[in-house]
Design a protein around this ligand. Structure first.
Ligand code: BGC
Length: 364
């Protein structure tokens, strides 16, 4: 069967042939891949800046955003049946007894760093025709979401972030009684993580602004407008002007991976605000940042800054629920997030060519 793989030692990205996997353990499930999303992480792996093949293997099959259909189940599988549509989680736990997170099924908070990730770190991924994994890592998606279920994994980033935002803002119990729109969020970056984050924020009643490089009109700005958020372009509005326009910013959701703009944005975070980092910047030369202003604000304005990666079962469940409700509320905007579906043979342009569109999907 076909698979898309990188060979880091040979600096090669190729469409390869490999054997079909088979069910080996009683709780294994065999999936036929329906859709596999292409994201910035895949493109970084294909630029050899990230990603590690499994031990003893010279290549890594990439792909971690997936939607699959159950073809066969092992004898001890209890939750899934052939025909079910599922999203498979990305991260697998480390082996250490002392890692309370992994032992508790929350490898997204792994302490040791010895976790593995399908399609990213030491485990083959989903850009292939058939996949086997344990049922415990699979979440059923209603068949009615067949066309948009590929958005579940990228949405889990925002869902995990917002679960933590709620936990942090339990410190401000009176906020829960605020009128819709009384909390203001700023999303920086209008890629899939940013746009899905904006949808999740609007759904929770935040008055939401998306700040991005490209000048409007453009397809991303159209999505932002159609969900009732505001699009502001960095080409005509500076961050201080943006701060003036929005007023107090309660939440910044960073979805650019660009550390300079992120730290500049930290300066305009409001009182009692939260700043969430989701991007993974490439390592570039150090830059100067205004640490006195940032530290004064953090202290004098009770601010909280946190980073978040990967996602647990709660975020996957929330993402499945929300993709469904977004698709009902904003059908055209959700469809517009998926720029196109392409056969596996189109991998070169999508992974190595200039980034285009919003979410590109490979089909196998
Ligand atoms: C994936 C996460 C993963 C992270 C770091 C992201 O693109 O969505 O599942 O944990 O990369 O490898």
């Amino acid at each position: 069967m076909k698979a898309i793989a990188v060979r880091p030692a040979a600096r090669e990205v190729a469409l390869i042939e490999q054997d079909e996997p088979t069910i080996e353990r009683p709780t294994d499930v065999l999936l036929r891949m329906l859709d596999v999303g292409v994201c910035g992480t895949d493109r970084e792996i294909c630029a050899f800046q990230y990603g590690t093949p499994p031990d003893g293997c010279d290549h890594l099959v990439i792909g971690h955003e997936s939607l699959g259909e159950v073809v066969e189940v092992g004898p001890a599988v209890s939750r899934l049946r052939p025909g079910d549509v599922v999203v498979t989680m990305v991260r697998r736990p480390c082996d250490h007894d002392h890692c309370a997170a992994c032992r508790g099924g929350r490898q997204d908070f792994c302490f040791t760093g010895d976790f593995t990730e399908r399609g990213i770190g030491k485990r083959h991924g989903f850009m292939t025709e058939m996949v086997v994994d344990d049922e415990r890592y699979m979440h059923v998606v209603p068949r009615s979401l067949r066309d948009v279920g590929i958005l579940v994994e990228p949405l889990t980033i925002a869902e995990k972030a917002l679960i933590q935002v709620d936990q942090v803002q339990d410190r401000l119990p009176w906020l829960a009684t605020g009128a819709p729109g009384s909390r203001r969020a700023l999303v920086i970056g209008a890629g899939p993580v940013g746009l899905l984050g904006a949808m999740a924020l609007i759904a929770r009643g935040f008055d939401t602004t998306v700040y991005s490089r490209e000048q409007a009109p453009n397809p991303k700005a159209d999505v932002v407008a159609s969900i009732g958020a505001h699009y502001v372009s960095a080409t005509d509005t500076t961050l201080p002007q943006l701060a003036e326009r929005i007023g107090r910013i309660d939440l910044v959701y960073e979805a650019t991976g660009a550390s300079t703009v992120a730290f500049e944005t930290m300066k305009i975070l409001g009182t009692n605000g939260i700043f969430v980092f989701t991007g993974v910047p490439g390592r570039k030369a150090p830059i100067e940042i205004d640490t006195d202003t940032i530290m004064r604000n953090l202290v004098l304005k009770n601010q909280i800054v946190f980073g978040t990666v990967n996602a647990g079962p709660d975020a996957f469940q929330a993402a499945i629920r929300d993709v469904g409700s977004f698709a009902e509320r904003w059908p055209a905007a959700v469809r517009a997030l998926i720029t196109g579906r392409y056969p596996a043979e189109a991998y070169r342009d999508l992974l190595l060519g200039p980034a285009t569109g919003i979410k590109n999907v490979l089909t196998f």
